[in-house]
Design a protein around this ligand. Structure first.
Ligand SMILES: NC(=O)c1ccc[n+]([C@@H]2O[C@H](COP(=O)([O-])OP(=O)(O)OC[C@H]3O[C@@H](n4cnc5c(N)ncnc54)[C@H](OP(=O)(O)O)[C@@H]3O)[C@@H](O)[C@H]2O)c1
Length: 351
């Protein structure tokens, strides 16, 4: 145990496995002593938690690409923090770092991460730490690899993105525009999100799926069909897109958030045969398989951010106690851009 005054290590642990929609009461707030780093380890004070829909999947006791969070375990999450004590030669007190630190004030780590293959990385000088969780973090990288390496976006493509005002979708659509897509259309919930896509991010149009008929809008906006659909949502939106794909179109399945909180998986997609009729290529992917190329992605994304071609947005809530409530914002569609929670200011001067 470390003597950090009278401070304790607040944690949010998984109390019960959600059935259907995740609730705040599925998590339990406990206090533990602040841990002490051993040889080759360092202690991180967490400053920001990042929230991802995939974290909902980690709560189900099913076989997936990573093991579930165990009952009683600190909720797994990517965070930015500051090194406050170190017995590791490569990490010094004062440095800002990003890693899979979880919903807690303090984390001891050796800098490795075998689970999501996201070892602890230092926040580069001159970059706001929040950025390393958003455009330069997992969701920005997902958009990059999904659009480029999986979707093969190219000049002249007519591109559709669902979940377009979220962390991944907003970056994916902008990458398509940067790469010369002739048309980029986003699907999102509500006028504020749709306005942000067209007025600030350079999308050609946006469809508000809550108030508009998606199929009818797609027919009007894509008379020659969609060449590339980047899907974050699944469900009825995927079905509508299938009816509006161009021949030999490509669909990148990034996620299917419409079903993450369902107790029973919905049937579908209903328009499955369109894959045959239109000779579509449908391909899923998971970011962890691309982490060996993370430096290429971060370098391109940083360049586009610096040139102003790419805009990022973080939705930052405040306070450690708000962690479960902030997580739920993702499933209520309350976030615009990357959902983050600020839990502390850096306790040491930043190096
Ligand atoms: N394959 C990978 O490796 C990988 C990695 C990261 C993320 N993902 C996936 O990418 C997608 C987006 O993740 P993100 O982190 O960027 O989250 P996000 O888009 O920032 O936030 C989630 C958004 O999803 C929409 N949504 C929530 N419930 C919905 C529902 N029932 N039907 C339709 N839309 C709903 C909401 O926007 P609206 O208000 O517009 O509905 C909400 O703001 C998710 O499916 C996630 O699982 C995949």
């Amino acid at each position: 145990m470390t003597e950090r005054g009278s401070e304790s290590n607040r944690q949010w642990r998984l109390k019960s496995r959600p059935v259907g929609m995740v609730t705040e009461s599925d998590f339990e707030r406990v206090e533990d002593p602040v841990p002490t780093p051993g040889e080759g380890e360092f202690l991180v004070r967490n400053l920001f938690f990042a929230f991802e829909p995939a974290m909902r999947g980690w709560l189900n006791d099913v076989k997936s690409y990573v093991p579930p969070v165990a009952l009683g375990e600190v909720m797994r999450a990517t965070c930015v923090g500051q090194v406050v004590e170190s017995r590791h030669p490569d990490f010094q007190p004062g440095e800002l770092v990003s890693g899979l630190f979880g919903w807690q004030d303090y984390t001891v780590t050796d800098g490795q991460d075998s689970l999501l293959r996201r070892p602890v990385v230092k926040v580069p000088a001159g970059i706001r730490p929040e950025r390393t969780l958003s455009v330069l973090g997992g969701t920005g990288l997902t958009a990059y690899f999904g659009m480029l390496d999986i979707g093969g976006v190219k000049a002249g493509d007519a591109v559709l993105v669902s979940g377009a005002a979220g962390a991944t979708g907003s970056v994916a659509g902008q990458i398509a525009r940067i790469k010369g897509a002739t048309k980029v259309v986003g699907i999102a919930g509500g006028p504020e999100k749709c306005g942000w896509l067209t007025d600030e991010l350079g999308f050609d149009a946006a469809i508000d799926y809550r108030s508009e008929n998606v199929n009818a809008q797609l027919k009007e906006l894509f008379p020659d069909g969609v060449d590339l659909f980047f899907d974050n949502v699944g469900g009825s939106i995927l079905d509508d897109a299938l009816l509006n794909m161009a021949q030999f179109g490509r669909i990148v399945i990034c996620g299917g958030i419409s079903a993450y909180n369902e107790t029973e998986l919905p049937p579908g997609p209903r328009n499955y045969m369109q894959i045959v009729i239109r000779r579509l290529t449908v391909r899923g992917f998971i970011l962890i398989d691309h982490m060996q190329d993370a430096n290429r992605a971060r370098s391109d994304l940083s360049e586009w951010l610096a040139s102003g071609e790419l805009k990022g947005r973080e939705d930052i809530q405040q306070g450690f106690d708000m962690a479960p409530a902030t997580f739920l914002r993702l499933f209520r569609g309350q976030n615009i851009g990357k959902q983050l929670l600020k839990v502390a200011d850096p306790p040491l001067p930043v190096k």
